[in-house]
Write a protein that binds this ligand. Structure first.
Ligand SMILES: Nc1ncnc2c1ncn2[C@@H]1O[C@H](COP(=O)(O)OP(=O)(O)OP(=O)(O)O)[C@@H](O)[C@H]1O
Length: 617
């Protein structure tokens, strides 16, 4: 449901479900504020009608010379006007507060769902990302829906009040005014469906526009965009996307403008006809001065209140259509099959087996793994090597169950990973990923994300940092472990943290390693290029530490630096989606296969570099 394009507008049953969900969200977020807002709405709705009746009474009193009633009526007008003004201001505050509280709740619900998706596939689906953007934009919709529903109710009350007055004066005309609003409602509903469909169509262009804008405004891309002089190129691309989105919006706006102008013209004709009739009737003595005043106020009141009802209904419909994306995401389910009867995952005893594993990222993508068989014995270190794109990182992602194999199974001591809740599996795994995240958080938090139970436990964090060889670097930062590892945010004054800093690539690599060291006691440690970016001494030191801490535990190491993998208990070469060679460093060298060729080539590179120094001696 979340991964595909919505071909048609959701059915009215689905929209009713969305409305119920939005109402529930608002009610749970701010019940007292909603009730108070309801009260101010009632006062606001009753005000204009009461004023029209009071004005009629004043005019009738003046015309009939009953001056005695006038002071009471004047007081009444003053009271109604004051109450209306107070209700309007209180209503404004209450509406904003209901909006804020409901948006907070909706956002919480949305991101709880999104961060709960165990797999990665949805985040690689453009349709899902379009939907997520619209869902984020609709976080305020539940609050706004209350607002629109109340405006509709306010409008309906005003209509009812004025209709009471109009009916007394001219029944036929009353029917005409009300019936003339029906086509307007139908036309507006159709236009709002078209607007929402347009917003969905321009979603990709708007996301691309944001992407180009981000490239031009973030430090990550600043080096390349400046050196390659990409400013004008990116700006042009951004503006092209913006222009195409604008063109679609403009077409919709123009159509709506023309239709609304015609509708307004029709209303004006109806009101004008009413006015002519009232004046002629007054001339014939059929209507008094107060009646004419009431009639004019009632026609204008009914028409404008009907307008309010129609636009509120249409707005609510539009808000529901967008909020539908939110509901689709929060009710989408996990995205990876969840076991009906989940099995527990005992500590690893025998090993992890990939049995005849076939994998491709989607049906439109080529096979990455083609019937791969591999056993990772408990307590052993297995190194994965192979050319770029051979599927090493993909295999690692299957071990973490970010995806399920397209065919075949991954077994943990014989238990299919599909039968285990993903969070249970992941709690048993430690990892450094090739594309680890540089969080814009403090140094301490950046390490603690490896195991949040260590947050606040400075001794544990420091130990991990020492093991990763980054403790001295962090200590030397302006605020030590409290230093923000980003130059993108202002320091938190209250917290006393200093100006943020930027770390070097190798220093970041060590921070990522420190996260893994926090989890060194897990059953399986995955190290995907853990020493990329480290200087040779640091690399040697890190691998020594890893070997010491991991001694007797299971690990999978992915590295192109064959010097780093030679000590692994078993080296596995991947090519063409299968294991082509497997064995110890010595055995593979002796075998003279692909590994031996790669290793000899790398080693020769080092020897060639060393030659001149040796020759000079
Ligand atoms: N998320 C993805 N969606 C689609 N295809 C992907 C995705 N990730 C990787 N691939 C493709 O899968 C293949 C294997 O990629 P993978 O990252 O597993 O290779 P690797 O052996 O780790 O490469 P490297 O040594 O360059 O890191 C590549 O052809 C890549 O284009």
């Amino acid at each position: 449901m979340t991964g595909s394009r919505p071909a048609t507008a959701p059915s009215s049953r689905v929209l009713a479900g969305c409305a119920a969900r939005a109402a529930g969200t608002v009610w749970r977020a701010a019940p007292a504020h909603v009730l108070a807002y309801l009260a101010t709405t009632l006062v606001g709705a009753a005000g204009p009608v009461a004023l029209a009746w009071l004005a009629k009474a004043v005019l009738d009193g003046v015309a009939s010379g009953r001056a005695g009633v006038l002071p009471g009526l004047a007081l009444g007008i003053a009271a109604v006007t004051t109450a209306g003004a107070a209700a309007a201001h209180a209503g404004q505050y209450l509406r904003a507060e209901v909006d804020r509280r409901a948006a907070l709740r909706a956002k919480d619900e949305l991101f709880a769902a999104v961060s709960g998706f165990p797999g990665l596939a949805r985040f690689e689906s453009p349709a899902f990302l379009d939907r997520l953007r619209l869902a984020q934009q609709s976080a305020s919709n539940p609050g706004r829906l209350v607002d629109t529903a109340l405006s509709a109710a306010r409008g309906a009350l005003t209509v009812a009040g004025f209709i009471g007055a109009l009916v007394v004066i001219n029944v036929g005309f009353t029917v005409l005014v009300v019936v003339s609003a029906v086509p307007a409602l139908l036309i507006e509903l159709r236009m709002s469906r078209q607007r929402v469909a347009m917003l969905w169509r321009i979603g990709p262009a708007e996301r691309r526009e944001m992407f180009y804008a981000q490239l031009m405004s973030t430090v990550d891309a600043a080096k390349e965009t400046r050196l390659f002089d990409l400013g004008a190129f990116l700006r042009l691309r951004m503006l092209t996307e913006l222009r195409s989105a604008n063109a679609a919006r403009r077409r919709t706006d123009r159509r709506e403008f023309l239709v609304r102008a015609s509708l307004a013209g029709t209303s004006a004709v109806v009101a004008g006809a009413g006015l002519v009739w009232a004046i002629l009737a007054a001339g014939r003595g059929q209507l008094g001065v107060g009646d004419v005043s009431m009639f004019v106020a009632a026609v204008a009141g009914v028409q404008s209140a009907l307008n309010v009802v129609v636009s509120a209904g249409v707005m609510a419909y539009e808000q529901l259509l967008t909020f539908h994306h939110h509901v689709a995401i929060v009710t989408a389910g996990p995205g990876l099959p969840v076991p009906e009867r989940p099995r527990s995952l005992p500590p690893l005893r025998r090993g992890i087996e990939l049995r005849d594993v076939w994998f491709r990222y989607s049906e439109d993508h080529p096979w990455v793994l083609r019937g791969l068989d591999l056993f990772i014995p408990h307590g052993d270190s297995v190194a994965l090597v192979g050319r770029n794109g051979a599927g090493k990182s993909t295999l690692v992602k299957l071990l973490c169950r970010f995806y399920d194999p397209t065919r075949g199974v991954v077994l943990w001591d014989g238990v299919d990973l599909r039968d285990v809740p993903p969070e249970t599996l992941r709690a048993r795994i430690g990892a450094v990923f090739q594309d680890f995240v540089a969080y814009e958080l403090t140094a301490a938090d950046n390490i603690a994300v490896g195991d949040l139970s260590a947050a606040g436990d400075r001794a544990r964090i420091e130990r991990a940092a020492r093991e990763a060889g980054v403790h001295d670097t962090v200590e030397a930062l302006p605020a030590g472990y409290r230093t923000l590892l980003s130059r993108g945010f202002r320091p938190d004054q209250e917290d006393g943290t200093a100006e943020g800093v930027a770390l070097s690539g190798g220093q970041w690599q060590r921070v990522a390693l420190a996260r893994a060291f926090l989890r060194h006691d897990r059953d399986l440690m995955i190290l995907d290029e853990p020493s990329a970016g480290l200087d040779p001494e640091a690399e040697y030191e890190v691998h020594r530490q890893l070997a010491r801490l991991r001694g007797g535990r299971t690990s999978v190491l992915v590295s192109h630096r064959l010097g780093a993998v030679r000590d692994a208990g078993r080296i596995v070469v991947l090519a063409d989606g299968v294991v082509t060679e497997e064995g110890t460093h010595a055995a593979l060298l002796a075998g003279g296969g692909a590994y031996a060729r790669l290793f000899t080539r790398q080693a020769a590179g080092y020897r060639d570099d060393a030659q001149p120094t040796g020759a000079a001696r």
